[in-house]
Design a protein around this ligand. Structure first.
Ligand SMILES: [Zn+2]
Length: 411
């Protein structure tokens, strides 16, 4: 396998999670009698450009097509994050009703709705039909497609070049990152800005967030790597900030390389220096990762076994992709250890988790069953979940956060 960015042969394995089905391939009741496809899940690092990556066994359309069940609007925290961003960027870039805004991976219109409220022209591009349909129904124009260089050329013909291009949690999800970034470049107006958010590889390594490794995430990104890819395509990152979503992400601001209206701020060099001081451009930093992952696995299994032997009831909350990576790597299957996973999204309820085949139910079930422990899979939004479920205190229920170290939290 060669690096998807620079073509270097990849021989350095950071973490081998053996194999798993696609993390978002929830199973309908009627499909439980059918087999599931498991794909290898092995993480490599490129010692030339430091792009961490998995092999793309599955075509993107299998992942993000008509069975994609992730609707951004079901997280209040994520909606607040989007609304705050929109307010900030409108003021920072002086956007008005003559500006042009495009969001890539716009999902169900969770973010663009705030531009629309402010009367700023905008549209989205997203390949997942269900969420895109919901956005269109809300009056947010959404082109149902992947974004790539060819599609970008089509969009420029149709809509012109954009003053602001937004992409949250999409850069890590594209198999051909060079083609994608080339598409961004031709879509951007001469003084336009691109903002992108992606989980920071520095946090993944530092916090052993191995459950964020799944087939939908082709790439795991450092600022230095993204900067060099953008540079290759005539774009310059002029600012960057840390945002606290997905366990620690970066939000980059980019423009055309020769655009003098956006001087490069010190933040860019500061974060790259931090990556350097954390040893992320040295191969030995990555050597210990698998051992730490295995320790988390052993501790999690030990907890499940001990509590079940003691007759305790365990359920989980949040049918997130993260939980699937954890369960599949730990080999937890069926309902012996974890009776079900509750999730607020009606698009997931009634389905089963891929691999483990644990049923997904309505959150209300927790209050009927009064389990002893509730494992929170999407630990990145644990505070939101703990607040929603504080009623479990009534019967002495406790929360469990498995990563980076198993933590028991009293309600
Ligand atoms: Zn490379």
């Amino acid at each position: 396998m060669n690096c998807r960015n620079c073509g270097t042969n990849l021989s350095l394995v950071v973490c081998d999670l053996v194999s798993a089905p696609l993390s978002n391939a929830y199973i309908a009741e009627a499909e439980l009698i059918k087999p599931e496809i498991y794909y290898p899940l092995c993480l490599y690092i490129c010692n030339q450009c430091w792009l961490m990556q998995i092999e793309d066994y599955n075509k993107a359309h299998e992942i993000f097509g008509d069975t994609y069940r992730y609707y951004s609007s079901f997280s209040t925290l994520w909606l607040n994050h989007a609304s705050k961003y929109v307010k900030m960027i409108i003021s920072r870039l002086n956007l008005n009703n003559t500006s042009k805004v495009m969001e890539i991976a716009s999902n169900d219109g969770y973010l663009l709705q705030y531009f629309k409220m402010d009367g700023i022209p905008c549209f989205g591009v997203d390949p997942a039909e269900g969420p895109a349909q919901k956005a269109n129904d809300m009056g947010i124009e959404t082109i149902v497609s992947f974004f790539n260089l060819d599609m970008a050329a089509e969009i420029v013909k149709l809509k012109g070049r954009q003053d602001l291009i937004i992409g949250n949690n999409v850069l890590a999800h594209v198999p051909d990152i060079n083609n994608f970034v080339a598409g961004l470049e031709i879509s951007l107006s001469s003084h336009g800005t691109i903002t992108m958010e992606f989980p920071h590889l520095m946090e993944l390594i530092g916090q052993t967030q191995f459950d964020t490794i799944y087939h939908e995430h082709y790439s795991y990104l450092l600022l230095a790597t993204v900067e060099s890819i953008f540079k290759k395509h005539g774009l310059r990152i002029y600012d960057v900030e840390k945002v606290f979503t997905h366990g620690g992400s970066l939000r980059i601001y980019a423009c055309h390389a020769d655009d003098k209206s956006h001087p490069t701020l010190l933040s860019v060099e500061l974060i790259i220096s931090e990556e350097r001081s954390q040893g992320l451009f040295q191969i030995q930093t990555y050597h210990d990762f698998q051992r730490r992952v295995n320790k988390i696995r052993s501790r999690f299994l030990q907890f499940l076994i001990e509590q079940r032997m003691a007759g305790k009831r365990i359920v989980a909350y949040g049918a997130a992709a993260k939980g699937n990576t954890l369960l599949n790597y730990c080999g937890v299957k069926g309902t012996e250890f974890i009776e079900y996973v509750a999730d607020a999204s009606p698009f997931k309820q009634g389905f089963y988790l891929p691999g483990s085949r644990i049923p997904i139910v309505e959150p209300h079930r927790i209050f009927l069953d009064k389990p002893d422990f509730i494992i929170i899979f999407p630990w990145n939004i644990k505070n939101e979940i703990i607040t929603q479920l504080e009623g479990i205190r009534e019967w002495g229920g406790k929360f469990i956060i498995p990563i980076p170290e198993l933590e028991v939290i009293d309600a």
